[in-house]
Ligand binder design. Structure first.
Ligand SMILES: Nc1nc2c(c(=O)[nH]1)N[C@H]1C(S)=C(S)[C@@H](COP(=O)(O)O)O[C@H]1N2
Ligand SMILES: [Mo]
Length: 429
């Protein structure tokens, strides 16, 4: 078989409406090279003119160094979607523009934000973390003391349990991927395993829960199960290599991998060990799902297995028929992603996407898929499966199970409608 024949083999559809085999993105990109030489990519570069002219920026020395970097001014349009609760400035959320990013790490300046009463400006020299309640030795830590404990580093996502709520409304909101799903971000977090501090304080055998309180004006507080605190919970100090941003909890936050974002208390100032959950305002007034039978689900901590296609996605325009790279993100609060399937025909047929390694637990995972768009109507969907075998539900299945009152923990499949006029919009299938 010639190289050309072998390359062409990669372009055989494997599912309805033009989905191609994921090997286009596997095996060191060899097939992708084939794609270019066959001229099948939609990029369609212009014929080269040689020699190139001398651009303005080559005619004089460039700018100098700086103490703290900034991005290109040509990228400044990439912004979070900011929304404050009516009548407030610091209460609300800003969402990550997922569709404008690639890879899996969220830049610190674009990490989503959710504040219940604004961002406090905390002087680290004055800040203290108190550990008390059902312990043998109540302890108080200065920030200097905390920085001397052994640390670990992990790449993990955090997702607000209110993420994707817009898609629970009766009509699909005509907006972008990040506006709907951008209350999830992924960073490399560095901090002290909470178990280390708990062991130092000595946990009373009667303790089963921890009350964790923030130093913001809301004194936001949540109850954390002791088992999770002893497992993978971090006292986080660094995010993507630098100290936490004020918006993410500077100088210290709690970080509970995979759990609903609310429980990762920012600006952490107090941990009290208790027998029972404290039933704080923040855990009883919100984050509870009212089920069809009238019962409420409280303390549903791990975020469900989920994925979303970030490109093409709502608000984007296709550039005519041809070969496209579908790119998206998948994650699970219970572990790593085992598989992502993509459909271009509204869920009738599915093909497996290529996953970008390493497949980390409780981290965003990038998937990619090749698609030959014939220019006709298409419904793009992605469906993730985690390493425990949990499958992402459709919106209809989620609403049947959780009932019409549900307003948190929406991990349903997203549908993007691609129309013959090149427009991509949010749809319910
Ligand atoms: N002290 C405090 N911690 C908090 C909050 C808050 O308002 N105050 N918001 C919570 C919510 S609802 C979420 S989703 C996450 C958001 O974390 P981020 O702003 O770093 O993305 O922080 C949680 N921790
Ligand atoms: Mo949240």
């Amino acid at each position: 078989m010639s190289d050309r024949e072998r390359a062409l083999e990669h372009y055989q559809p494997v599912a309805g409406n033009g989905l191609l085999h994921r090997r286009l993105f596997l095996a060191g990109g060899a097939a992708v090279v084939g794609a270019g030489s066959l001229g099948l990519l939609t990029a369609r570069p212009a014929r080269a003119q040689s020699p190139p002219g001398l651009p303005e920026w080559m005619r004089a020395p460039g700018a100098g160094m700086s103490g703290y970097g900034r991005r290109s001014r040509f990228e400044e349009h990439v912004q979070r979607y900011v929304g404050s609760a009516p009548g407030t400035t610091g209460s609300g959320s800003s969402r990550t523009p997922l569709e404008q990013l690639e890879g899996t790490i969220t830049p610190n300046a674009l990490h989503f934000e959710r504040h219940h009463s604004g961002i406090p400006e905390i002087d680290p020299d004055q800040h203290r973390l108190l550990l008390h309640g059902l312990v043998e030795r109540p302890l108080v830590f200065s920030m200097d003391a905390l920085h001397r404990y052994p640390m670990v580093t992990r790449i993990q996502f955090i997702e607000c349990s209110g993420n994707s709520r817009p898609n629970l409304s009766s009509e699909p909101p005509a907006t972008t991927c990040g506006d709907i799903h951008g209350m999830v971000s992924c960073s490399e977090w560095t901090g002290i395993p909470l178990s280390v501090l708990l062991e130092e304080a000595g946990v009373d055998p009667q303790a089963q829960w921890l009350l964790c309180e923030g130093a913001d004006a809301a004194a936001m507080s949540r109850s954390v199960p002791l088992a999770k605190a002893m497992d993978d919970t971090l006292i986080a100090l660094y995010q993507n290599g630098e100290s936490l941003r004020p918006a993410q909890g500077y100088p210290v936050r709690l970080f509970l991998p995979g759990y609903e974002g609310n429980i990762s208390v920012k600006w952490l100032r107090r941990i009290k060990l208790t027998r029972e959950p404290t039933m704080t305002r923040d855990e009883t007034s919100k984050y509870t799902d009212l089920l069809p039978g009238g019962k409420s689900l409280i303390f549903t901590f791990p975020m469900g297995v989920k994925s979303v296609i970030t490109s093409p996605s709502g608000g984007m325009a296709m550039q005519g028929p041809g070969l496209y790279q579908i790119s998206g993100l998948a994650w699970s609060g219970s572990g790593s992603i085992r598989r992502v399937e993509v459909s271009a025909d509204g869920g009738e047929t599915w093909a497996e996407a290529a996953l970008t390694e390493p497949l980390l637990s409780k981290a965003l995972t990038r998937f990619r898929m090749a698609w030959r768009w014939n220019g006709g109507p298409a419904l793009l969907m992605s469906r993730a499966v985690d390493d425990a075998g949990a499958v992402q539900p459709t919106r209809a299945a989620l609403l049947t199970e959780k009932g019409s009152q549900v307003s948190y923990h929406n991990h349903a499949i997203q549908v993007w409608q691609v129309a013959a006029d090149n427009q991509v919009t949010n749809a319910y299938a």
